[in-house]
Write a protein that binds this ligand. Structure first.
Ligand code: GDP
Ligand code: MG
Length: 370
């Protein structure tokens, strides 16, 4: 396939569902197929771990910060055009903010309506973390987010063209079958697939569907923007950047692992429910990355630095159900505690923003009125 205009693929799903990791798997798949791609990340704040991860893999990446695609629609159009002009890509893959919904009515349908002669639009994929989804649909017990956060979670699935049970390597075949059956029953118009970006099982049919297929317009779903806004506002956001130094080369991987565990403990003590904590530690052109997608798991160092380091920059992106000042206090305390980790590290927080996402105010909304 060599389309004449870029095919825009929007990847959505709740915080920590596996969107960025899937984009990396998709980038490898596209390269194998000889398909050229550009990438767009998005967040309510600045200092994005996801941008660093994608750029760290050598991918042409634009980021839209300070608001989600629906509220920054014109910036999304500009980024699409910039990548289009610079790269002549066959596809553009964009990752939506994990707390956003109503993306068909506010992003993909308006894009097709307004930019139909410049790009084509893929079916909307919505990813779910399998354990969170098992909990959300009563297949497993465990801590759950508050009602209006769950409202967003369900709305995300309601508008999906493709529901992707991601990280399917974490479940048995039987568990996947049970979860697929529930999702297919609850959301009958969606195609439900299971995929693992980690071992690339099941990705091929999904990628083929979104790379070669077009989105078909359906009536837009009803969304209660008061509930949506309340749900988003229950999630505190903290983005920070930190300079890291040690008097002599030391193990940055140990530092990152200790920092994630320390922060996890402090957040737990404060009753903050983690949706996604992700951090990168950059030194030269190498990086380490750590992730935590729930309170009750061990932080995962998915990428490690190959050598000892004496200087680095750390980016912290934390989303949790808690007040922003609670998150900031925990982060500051954890950074200060790292002087106790082997390496005599000094960590200086040079920029931090802690906030609750503002009420969504889409530039466009196709279909029924808000
Ligand atoms: N086991 C497993 N973990 C995964 C897979 N995909 C993503 N993850 C992990 O899930 C966490 C969140 O992933 P990320 O892609 O950042 O989620 P996002 O917030 O939706 O972009 C990270 O620790 C990833 O390594 C997968 O296929 N299998
Ligand atoms: Mg991401």
């Amino acid at each position: 396939m060599k389309p004449t205009k870029p095919h825009v693929i929007l990847i959505a799903g709740f915080l920590g569902a596996g969107k960025t990791t899937a984009m990396l798997a998709l980038s490898r798949w596209l390269t194998d197929q000889g398909i050229r791609a550009g990438f767009i990340t998005n967040d309510q704040g600045h200092d994005l771990v996801d941008t660093r991860l994608l750029q760290g893999c050598g991918l042409a990446t634009e980021e839209i910060t300070g608001g989600c695609f629906c509220c920054r629609f014109d910036e999304l159009v500009d980024a699409t055009r910039r990548l289009g002009a610079a790269l002549q890509p066959d596809v553009l893959v964009a990752e939506a903010v994990g707390s956003c919904t109503d993306l068909a009515a506010t992003v993909t349908y308006p894009m097709r309506r307004l930019l139909g002669n410049e790009c084509t639009i893929a079916p909307l994929s919505v990813l779910v973390d399998p354990v969170c989804a098992q909990r959300a649909f009563g297949l497993q017990t465990g801590e759950m987010f508050s009602k209006n956060v769950q409202y967003i979670y369900r709305k995300q699935l309601e508008e999906a063209d493709v529901i992707v049970i991601s990280k399917c390597d974490l479940l048995s075949a039987k568990e996947i079958e049970a979860l697929s059956a529930v999702l297919q029953h609850e959301f009958p118009h969606a195609e439900v697939v299971a995929a693992s970006s980690r071992d690339e099982a099941g990705v091929d049919p999904w990628f083929r569907r979104i790379v070669f297929g077009d989105q078909h317009q359906r009536p837009v779903m009803d969304v209660d923007y008061d509930r949506y806004a309340d749900g988003e506002a229950r999630l505190g956001w903290l983005n920070g950047s930190v300079t890291v130094a040690a008097p002599s080369p030391a193990d940055g991987n140990v530092l990152l692992r200790c920092l994630a565990s320390d922060l996890q403990r402090r957040l737990y003590e404060r009753g903050a429910m983690i949706a996604h904590l992700k951090m990168t530690l950059h030194s030269g052109d190498r990086l380490a990355a750590v992730n935590l997608v729930r309170n009750d798991v061990v932080p995962e160092l998915g990428i490690e630095l190959p050598e000892l380091i004496a200087a680095a920059s750390l980016v912290v992106n934390l989303r949790a159900q808690a007040a922003p000042d609670v998150l900031e206090e925990a982060v500051r305390e954890s950074l200060a505690a790292m002087t106790g980790v082997p390496g005599s590290w000094s960590l200086e927080l040079i920029h931090a923003e802690a906030f609750r996402p503002a009420r969504p105010d889409p530039t466009h909304r196709d279909g029924t009125r808000i």
